[in-house]
Ligand binder design. Structure first.
Ligand SMILES: [Zn+2]
Length: 386
């Protein structure tokens, strides 16, 4: 193992990790990023949203460039999830220690390493006197938290300011095992339903004097019990629905309960919308309630709508940059959980590509130092306009 000095991007990742920025604490991470970006000629605006304990610090940076070239935005977050069992870490979670070619610390993968790579890419282009178009960075301190006072408000602010990038690249870790595997060009939506069914309580030996809510609840939940809701489409796998909770409050061995509860979550693609799913299920619930002659209440929670960026010249350029550096053909994927890309897609076309995500949110989070340099090269290849 060679003991060469770490690259600028690796060193910046290390310094960002050393800022203990567990949501909602800024921890010095945005201050550090601001100072670096100002050094590269960016105009930086700090935007705090929310009050009291919910107040979140965010950052927007922009640098003008060749008007004939597209405006590329980079989006990410400097906040990190809590460290978990600190004693179980082999190196301190905010140490930024490099050991055997790996950089350790909370946020190494998700996603301080990605931010450092993007800034490193700008530095590399500047050092080589390569012209760029307008570049901006949309950085929140609220991705791992409630996500209320972060990207969603930054997007509103950018629209008000009339700042609309041509394309936004999100630096979340997208690669399952090695660099260059996966670009995310969309995400599924998420809809939760909480369903209460009310019947009539009674003695279990005299069911004709009661109305058990459980058979009705099970009939109502049947379409969302480990079900595939469609056949998928060109960009998405089939939508899926899973029951995640079942309860009979105050259950007793000789009592037919009067209430039963079930909760489910649907991960849905662009074949559906929040309204179409709620309409379909509400109709089904009402039909079952009529059949079993009892009442129900349902509470809906939708925190993500599905979106997709169909392959375009930008995703193509990103794939070319990935192939040039890694030799790999990256897949476009819409799998996985939600991300802030669900808000950014209302601003401009968006895709996500970053580091290897294997250790994100885990004890001993780390990335290969080489991967940060690889990502820096990919980002600079993407930003380079020939
Ligand atoms: Zn993240």
């Amino acid at each position: 193992m060679t003991m060469t000095a770490p690259s600028y991007a690796v060193d910046l990742a290390r310094r960002l990790i050393q800022c203990p920025s567990v949501t909602p604490i800024e921890g010095g991470a945005l201050d550090l990023l601001q100072a670096e970006l100002e050094g590269f000629g960016f105009t930086v605006t700090r935007l705090a949203f929310g009050e009291g304990a919910e107040r979140i610090d965010n950052l927007f940076a922009i640098r003008g460039g060749d008007e004939a070239l597209p405006h590329i935005a980079f989006a990410g977050h400097t906040d990190v999830v809590p460290v978990g069992d600190e004693a179980a870490w082999s190196h301190g979670p905010f140490s930024g220690v490099i050991d055997e070619g790996r950089l350790y610390g909370r946020g190494a993968a998700d996603m301080k390493g990605g931010i450092a790579s993007f800034v490193g890419a700008i530095k590399a282009l500047d050092d080589a006197n390569i012209p760029t178009g307008t570049i901006s960075l949309i950085i929140t301190g609220d991705e791992e938290g409630a996500a209320i006072n972060g990207t969603v408000k930054l997007v509103d602010w950018l629209k008000d300011e009339g700042i609309i990038p041509d394309f936004c690249l999100v630096g979340e870790p997208t690669n399952p095992a090695i660099m260059g595997e996966v670009i995310k060009n969309g995400r599924r939506g998420s809809l939760t339903g909480k369903l209460w069914v009310t019947g009539t309580q009674g003695h279990v030996a005299y069911p004709h004097l009661a109305n058990n809510p459980v058979p009705a609840l099970l009939a109502m939940l049947a379409p969302v019990n480990s079900a595939k809701l469609d056949g998928g489409n060109a960009y998405f796998d089939p939508s899926t629905a899973e029951i995640v909770d079942l309860q009979i409050p105050d259950a007793a061995g000789n009592v037919i309960a009067n209430r039963a509860f079930g909760q489910f979550n649907i991960r849905f693609n662009t074949e559906h919308s929040q309204d179409s799913l709620m309409g379909w299920l509400s109709e089904h619930f009402t039909r079952q309630a009529d059949k079993y002659q009892l009442t129900y209440e349902v509470e809906w929670l939708c925190n993500a709508h599905p979106f997709v960026t169909p392959p375009d010249s930008f995703t193509q350029k990103l794939q070319q940059a990935i192939t040039a550096v890694t030799g790999r053909q990256s897949a476009l994927s819409t799998s996985g959980g939600t991300s802030d890309a669900r808000f950014l897609c209302h601003l401009c076309p968006v895709a996500e590509f970053g580091l290897v995500g294997q250790t994100m949110h885990k004890v001993n989070e780390h990335v290969a130092v080489d991967d940060i340099d690889v990502l820096t090269d990919i980002y600079s290849g993407f930003l380079k306009q020939e």
